[in-house]
Design a protein around this ligand. Structure first.
Ligand SMILES: Cc1cc2nc3c(=O)[nH]c(=O)nc-3n(C[C@H](O)[C@H](O)[C@H](O)COP(=O)(O)O)c2cc1C
Length: 169
């Protein structure tokens, strides 16, 4: 694995995010899960490089990240993994083992307990430094609220300090 500068890879990460990436979480009891994400942002806050992930309350991923406060994001740049992104974006880890069903192999990461996904090629490890629960009072544009949250299943925003970005050699 080759360590990269976060700012050199942000274009690749943002472009792939639109096509889908895997956020992976693991709690101290070993419960591990991955799900597809396409929303998120990369930038600087508190003098740190930060990736903000958006996870809805209804996700199994939410249950785990609430306990672990860390996550990895694995980006499938060369191998598009379309089918796997689709399954991991529709099925819940409460019902299936997505790693097994999608033939995705968890690999140990460097700085956090959450693994990365071997079949991807660009990785980010994050430690949550701040979280923010969305609620209906915050919307200044009701179109966004009505379109994205018709049933009140809001996102929680997890601001993850980017500890490391690296790619397969
Ligand atoms: C392309 C795509 C992008 C998605 N992005 C997000 C996201 O950013 N946040 C989120 O909470 N759910 C997102 N989802 C939905 C979750 O991936 C989906 O509900 C998943 O089954 C939840 O899995 P879990 O219950 O195992 O956590 C997305 C789904 C797809 C297909």
């Amino acid at each position: 694995m080759r360590e990269m500068k976060f700012s050199d890879m942000s274009k690749e990460m943002l472009e792939q995010l639109q096509r889908g990436a895997f956020i992976t979480v693991k709690d101290k009891d070993g419960n591990t899960n991955t799900m597809t994400i396409a929303w998120g942002s990369i930038g600087y806050m508190w003098n740190k490089p930060i990736f903000t992930a958006m996870v809805r309350y209804s996700r199994y991923t939410y249950d785990i990240i609430e306990r672990s406060n860390e996550f990895t994001v694995s980006f499938p740049i060369n191998n598009d993994l379309k089918n796997e992104l689709s399954i991991c974006g529709r099925k819940s880890g409460r019902d299936i083992d997505k790693f097994k069903d999608c033939n995705l192999n968890p690999l140990e990461s460097k700085n956090v307990d959450a693994p990365i996904i071997k079949e991807c090629d660009l990785y980010m490890e994050c430690k949550v430094v701040y979280k923010q629960e969305m609620n209906e009072d915050g919307f200044l544009d009701n179109n966004v609220k009505d379109k994205c949250y018709p049933d009140g299943d809001y996102h929680v925003l997890y601001y993850g300090e980017i500890l490391s970005v690296y790619m397969n050699d």
